[in-house]
Design a protein. Structure first.
Length: 163
């Protein structure tokens, strides 16, 4: 690809590549900022959910985060090993697991908010208020596009017999 870095993408292939690159770089910067506080990128989203909404069932976390159950299970296990969450059986449904933030995690809340603010500043550096609003609007539209249920795959064409 020989186009200049600041030129707009020429087609959707370039757009998809740019989105993938931005997502990868954003996650790498988030990882660097969060690792200072003992978290890995992605774990802060789970913690923010617990900080904002209190103890949650693990299945509610799976649904809210939009991740598969095994990913959330591993994330919760790692956070528990780090002392940031505690798991316990639900009092109303002994099959369900409730996840709650520990005192150690609650002490991190302001520092994680600061790290996210720093991530936001790094990500949006050089964009004015209007560009930020446009970016947010366009990202919302992309999210809507990608969040729609996938159309069913077309049925395979019937096999044609050859003589």
């Amino acid at each position: 690809m020989n186009r200049q870095r600041n030129q707009p993408p020429a087609d959707t292939d370039d757009v998809s590549r740019s989105i993938a690159r931005v997502a990868r770089l954003h996650r790498a910067v988030a990882e660097r900022l969060l690792s200072r506080h003992g978290l890995h990128a992605g774990q802060e989203l789970l913690m923010m959910r617990l900080w904002d909404h209190g103890p949650q069932s693990q299945s509610a976390l799976v649904e809210h985060l939009g991740l598969d159950a095994s990913t959330v299970t591993r994330m919760v296990q790692r956070l528990e090993q780090s002392g940031f969450v505690r798991r316990r059986r639900s009092e109303s449904d002994r099959r369900a697991v409730t996840v709650e933030a520990t005192a150690a995690a609650r002490a991190l809340r302001d520092r994680i908010a600061e790290a996210w603010g720093e991530l936001e500043d790094i990500t949006l550096a050089g964009l004015d208020r209007s560009e930020r609003a446009t970016l947010l609007h366009l990202l919302g539209r992309l999210t809507d596009n990608l969040d729609r249920p996938a159309a069913p795959a077309p049925a395979p064409a019937p096999a044609v017999e050859q003589d």
